[in-house]
Write a protein that binds this ligand. Sequence first.
Ligand code: GDP
Length: 341
Amino acid sequence: MDGANALSAADQTLIDGVLDRQRRALAKSITLIESTRPDHQERAQQVLFSVLPHTGGAIRVGVSGSPGAGKSTFIEALGNYLIDAGCRLAVLAVDPSSSLSGGSILGDKTRMETLSQREEAFIRPSPSAGSLGGVAEKTREAMLLCEAAGFDVIIVETVGVGQSETTVAGMVDLFALLQLPNAGDDLQAIKKGIVEIADLVVINKADLNPTAANATRAQWKQALRLLRPALPGWTPTVLTISALKREGVAEFWDEVTKFRDILTANGALAEKRQRQAVDWMWQLIHFGLNQQFQRHQAVQALLPEITRQVAAGKMSPSAAAHALLRFLNCDPPISKEFLHA
Ligand code: GDP
């Protein structure tokens, strides 16, 4: 994004409002980011560019788990605990179901009832349109805006479905997996490879059956021991908690703090975030190219026939792909100002 463009007075007011920690300005900026209108997109990028120097200060925590695992109960308990300890907290959601159904299950108003009433909390459900890539892109940008607005902790919540966990793990410092005390759930998570991206595993609802919770905890510890640690010096911890009774929340946060200390001590946090930023850029490039391809008129015109030919064995898949991709060959020169922005 070229930052040299002049800002409108309205956008400058928005930026000042975000930096001044005004919730309304923050909410409006996120709405701007979520808008698909090209002029809004341009303004949103200007706003983001301006606040970028003020980002990066928060602890970014991902929380994932299947529906009913207790995510909102847990985040509500954790949020209240953190606010009582003097923090300001933002909760954002990546909701893969919203892009499929058009409705955000994480947008339910009854969720996190006490937290949403607290001045120090900012809760934002995920936008309800676009693909997971699109939703995640907006969430990452919303996260930066929240940091510019001075939030100390950002929680990115996602439902444990398909790709969404990996996506969230790719935008946070620490990724926590919320599990129920039953073996079926763990086996599924282990199968999906989720265990490899979990920095912390939390067995919730331990109040219902402490024995089952402890057994699940032991299973998880065993499974995690077999993995090579993603962060040297850190073996993912497994905790049993009761979000409903608000038990184990302080212990959870202690682990987050320990993890974060290890990350910051040897420069690994900066490295992780740099890597995430570059990965993010590539995801956006793939996403953008894909969209450009799908929308290209010549591609749209030829795709059905070429697809038929490939299916019928009359054209090789590689020849078809090459022929279609040639439509994307257009190389406008890149401006010097862009590179030096
Ligand atoms: P989410 O879909 O993952 O956000 O799950 P919710 O937070 O909405 O919780 C689903 C249900 O489990 C609700 O009825 C909660 O009250 C209940 N629940 C959540 N945490 C606990 C817990 O620690 N113990 C018990 N007994 N119930 C819980």
